[in-house]
Ligand binder design. Sequence first.
Ligand code: FAD
Ligand code: NAD
Length: 491
Amino acid sequence: MVGVSAADRSVVVIGGGPGGYEAALGAAQLGAEVTVVERSGLGGAAVLTDCVPSKALIATADFMDRFSAAKHIGVHFDGAHVPGDQGVTAHITDVNARILELARAQSRDIAERLESAGVEVVQGAGRLVGPGRVEVVVGVAGVASGEEPAPHGGDLTDGGGSQELEADVVLIATGARPRVMDTAVPDGERILTWQQIWDLEELPEHLIVIGSGVTGAELAHAYLGLGCAVTLISSRDRVLPGEDADAANVVEEVFRRRGMTVLNRSRAGAVRRDGDSVVVTLEDGREVSGSHALLAVGSIPNTTDLGLEEAGIAVSRSGHIEVDRVSRTNVPGVYAAGDCTGVFPLASVAAMQGRIAVAHALGDAVAPLSLGRVSSNIFTDPEIATVGASQADIDEGRVDARAVMLPLTKNPRAKMQNVSDGFVKLFARSGSHTIVGGVVVGPRASELIFPIALAVANRLNVDQFSSTFTVYPSMSGSLAEAARQLHEIAD
Ligand SMILES: Cc1cc2nc3c(=O)[nH]c(=O)nc-3n(C[C@H](O)[C@H](O)[C@H](O)COP(=O)(O)OP(=O)(O)OC[C@H]3O[C@@H](n4cnc5c(N)ncnc54)[C@H](O)[C@@H]3O)c2cc1C
Ligand SMILES: NC(=O)c1ccc[n+]([C@@H]2O[C@H](COP(=O)([O-])OP(=O)(O)OC[C@H]3O[C@@H](n4cnc5c(N)ncnc54)[C@H](O)[C@@H]3O)[C@@H](O)[C@H]2O)c1
């Protein structure tokens, strides 16, 4: 229920990404007076440069992949051509124009939602200047209204003065930005961060992606699908080092089979322009040349110039704002959410942290953030979706559970759809047989993970899971089968 005093309270949110705008909507719903301060565009990096544009790009790449896969299910383009054969090509200016319009439209939708909820939006850069006081250096571009958001999350144009806001509660949700290397300075033309690729007017002939975390792997997959030659530079033994090893191995094998060059145990030391080419020098002295280089070497939090030190707000060595499970900082009345906290850099987690923050601050009922229930997905082909406990948790003794992994090659629906790469993996606690996590690698794994997420959140056991009807034939049949097999072994 709404706290009695919520209607009399004011909330200022710095940052209009998922952590900020979801919190603002939540606070307005509880009756508070809410202001969002956004220096660039509503929706944040998530909507304007990162999550939404990358998934839209991947949608085009996946569409193109279907042309080359068609022959395996008996479809031939008589008289036409397919990618790899020439003829079907991605026009990158059209692709990027669609992506940017889609991002702008989503930003406008958010502006409308905020407006109809009664949230005031101020365009400008916010910083704390005292307890409950936020100074805003006001911008003039009008992007916070969602009218014409800066497509690349660009910074404020020349200031239009400053104003001070007072609030009972301040939420900081300022996100993060791409990390760049001193020896690989982006020029926006050929040496690029992922926030700069939406301006490309030609498809890279040969793209070198530096970093094989989720961002690097997804974008390497996207540009390979669009028809570019791609080299992926991975500093570790395999791509996606933080993910389930079986899943990462499947994706790496598919990357190589489709013609991507993957350089493992290869750390980029520097990138330089050489006319219309780029040269990446690896730390062991080897050189890799291409037409473009994309830096995907992680992010750094936007936490400087926020007045954090003066306010006494604890920040970790990495620059992230320290918060507890209800998003409180160490200073009363100041909360933080999203990538600036580094808790788990996902749009879904940012939104949840933001909603939890305002619910807690305004006295509504709230459950602390539970990372054990977060589902996430890597939008490669096949996709990798995960939830709950991981194989590493089991192997390293943190969770006492058993695993069953079933390859999709045995699944009838997968055979019909010519899907040969992927698997489902389910983890159940020894003794209780409660489902504690899972991994799905396959087409639309992002959708197929939901039943496992439901099972984890509701502590279902393998018998409850496997006795639920699945459609025949369906990929989810393999999930039920994995649960059935766990019944036998999870004691
Ligand atoms: C390439 C890529 C793809 C991704 N794909 C996914 C995905 O598919 N699914 C998923 O869940 N997550 C994805 N993520 C992660 C997701 O984008 C982030 O977790 C999410 O953006 C975090 O939201 P946020 O609100 O914390 O920050 P942001 O979205 O970065 O928003 C922060 C906002 O604060 C504003 N701001 C900063 N400083 C100030 C200031 N002083 N005053 C006013 N405003 C300020 C910024 O302009 C920005 O608009 C992806 C990330 C990357 C890099
Ligand atoms: N689909 C999604 O939900 C999605 C997509 C992208 C990002 N994200 C979120 O963002 C987080 C961060 O992902 P990320 O990939 O941007 O960053 P990351 O920090 O996870 O990965 C960066 C990688 O670059 C490597 N690296 C660093 N310096 C290097 C160098 N000089 N040469 C070669 N490799 C180098 C690192 O070892 C690391 O593996 C993810 O964990 C995820 O939470 C989510």
